[in-house]
Write a protein that binds this ligand. Structure first.
Ligand code: B12
Length: 275
């Protein structure tokens, strides 16, 4: 007997779907068709294709689109801010809405960093060193995309950026301040549970009789009023602001108090958080 002939007519696809608890929802919509994502994505090329590659978690497309844009002479900073960052913003939104999951975040994050590395090659490292800045991601926090951008912008601007990495024990930050005597420290925390590290860093520095002109504290979960509730700190908004803040400390001897008061003037643009 041909078993196919015997079985197939009896097979009920609806039954199969119910058994595995699969709901047939019709054709999937594309992530870029989501109403809120549409408001985030740029319309202008090459930024749109670059943002879409991150949104589609397509590492190869991210790399090739960024390379193509760089070959055409597009500024690497614009590629990051108007393309790659918009892509990851859209990914964040879909994660918050429950459409994307952790693996999506990881793949999209990899795609973004692939593009960032390509931009870094063009931005390069300046040969002379203006001064030392220490950068870290708060203890317990694995989110390092923002910190990687900070390190990249600092190096491109001629700073010696000491990258302590992510999930950095608070004592290692203190050790690094002792060792390098930096003119600026940048801390990044993306979670409400890890941003509490910042006042602890300040407390430990004070206990050890150490001081730095300013500690820039930023990252997804961090808010300006939280940062301004403890001393030695300034709320950092955009990664590309970091070299400008460091320049202000270096050239004009600005302190954390000055940076809080003059943030918008120092970074040279209107920053809503400081209005
Ligand atoms: C990508 C991502 C991940 C990736 C991280 C990959 C990586 N290598 O970084 C992975 C998949 C690993 C991940 C894991 C988790 N994640 Co996650 N993740 C994100 C996501 C989508 C994007 C974060 C990001 O990279 N943004 C882009 C970068 C560029 O932003 P940024 O670092 O903030 O930096 C910008 C500014 O803040 C500024 N900046 C930052 N620091 C500084 C400092 C100075 C001085 C200056 C001037 C500026 C500045 O510069 C940048 C802009 O130019 C966010 C969602 C969101 N809305 O943020 C969730 C999010 C941060 N994750 C979240 C969570 C909960 C987790 C997990 C705990 C989930 C889980 N259930 O397991 C795990 C962590 C597990 C662990 N080990 O503890 C939550 C945190 C919630 C909270 N409020 O605490 C978020 C907000 C998602 C959500 N809405 O729930 N995640």
């Amino acid at each position: 007997m041909d078993y196919k002939e015997d079985l197939e007519p009896k097979m009920d696809q609806n039954f199969v779907a119910v058994r595995y608890n699969v709901e047939i929802e019709g054709p999937a919509i594309k992530p870029e068709e989501d109403h809120d994502v549409r408001n985030i994505l740029p319309d202008e090329e090459p930024y749109r294709s670059i943002a879409l590659a991150v949104l589609h978690e397509d590492r190869e497309a991210s790399l090739s689109n960024v390379k193509k844009a760089l070959d055409e002479g597009v500024s690497p900073i614009e590629i990051i801010n108007k393309g790659l960052m918009k892509g990851i913003d859209a990914v964040s939104l879909l994660y918050t809405k429950g459409f994307y999951f952790l693996p999506d975040l990881m793949l999209a994050g990899d795609g973004m960093m692939e593009g960032v590395k390509e931009c870094e090659k063009v931005l390069g490292h300046k040969s002379e060193t203006k001064g030392t800045v220490v950068s870290f991601v708060a203890e317990g926090d694995p989110h390092d995309i923002g910190k990687n951008l900070i390190v990249m912008f600092l190096r491109a601007a001629g700073y010696d950026a000491i990258d302590l990495g992510r999930d950095v024990p608070t004592d290692d930050v203190i050790k690094a301040v002792k060792e390098y005597n930096p003119l600026f420290v940048t801390g990044t925390a993306l979670m409400t549970t890890t941003m509490t590290v910042f006042p602890k860093v300040v407390e430990k520095l004070q206990e050890n009789g150490l001081e730095v002109p300013a500690i820039g504290c930023g990252g997804g979960a961090v808010r300006k009023d939280f940062v301004e509730s403890f001393p030695m700190s300034v709320y950092g908004v955009e990664a590309y602001h970091t070299p400008k803040l460091a320049d202000a400390i270096l050239k004009d001897k600005k302190t954390w108090k000055d940076l809080r008061k003059e943030y918008s003037e120092i970074v040279g643009e209107f920053v809503p958080e400081y209005s």
